[in-house]
Write a protein that binds this ligand. Structure first.
Ligand SMILES: CC(C)(COP(=O)(O)OP(=O)(O)OC[C@H]1O[C@@H](n2cnc3c(N)ncnc32)[C@H](O)[C@@H]1OP(=O)(O)O)[C@@H](O)C(=O)NCCC(=O)NCCS
Length: 143
């Protein structure tokens, strides 16, 4: 089941986020995002466990996916696919472009986004703190 996140989800989201980034809870202030009117924060629950989430910023013409994380125990079950589908279905009809940054080394995520028709439009050198490069990827929002 996918639903909007609420404050009670924040500790679990930070827990999943910290598997990826030590300072996840500082980089992503989920509490603020739940209230800012431009962020979309959705969680996927499986058997009452918060198994994954997606965070995006929805501006007038573009939506930027900021974070998409699935609990390692629940990967390869289609959860990320469901979260992206859900996000796209919730986007404004006037929205033109969906963008995201992803490490050039993150093969599972690159495959996932390619499956959704995202294309590399730029490379951001040393985008991440560890020196890794990022691809800027984009797709038209046509849903
Ligand atoms: C990337 C991530 C979100 C995928 O979540 P998931 O729920 O396992 O993904 P899905 O089950 O929906 O898989 C969808 C597609 O992703 C690709 N994919 C997922 N895991 C993969 C893997 N280990 N290797 C290669 N491709 C993979 C496949 O194309 C797959 O489609 P298919 O099942 O038709 O082959 C998950 O691995 C994750 O949380 N990784 C750590 C966080 C991260 O890297 N987030 C993205 C950075 S923005």
């Amino acid at each position: 089941m996918i639903r909007e996140a609420n404050v009670l989800d924040i500790p679990r989201m930070n827990e999943l986020g910290s598997l990826l980034e030590d300072n996840f809870s500082k980089v992503y202030s989920i509490n603020e995002m739940l209230q800012d009117g431009i962020s979309k924060v959705y969680v996927y629950e499986k058997e009452d466990i918060l198994a994954g989430f997606i965070i995006a910023t929805d501006l007038t013409e573009t939506c930027d996916i900021l974070s998409l994380i699935v609990d390692p125990e629940y990967r390869n079950m289609g959860i990320a696919t469901n979260l992206i589908d859900y996000l796209i279905s919730e986007l404004d009809e006037d929205l033109k472009l969906i963008t995201l940054e992803v490490s050039t080394k993150n093969i599972p995520a690159l495959k996932l986004y390619e499956k959704f028709g995202f294309e590399v439009v730029n490379t951001r050198k040393k985008y991440y703190a560890n020196g890794d490069d990022a691809y800027l990827m984009a797709r038209e929002s046509n849903r």
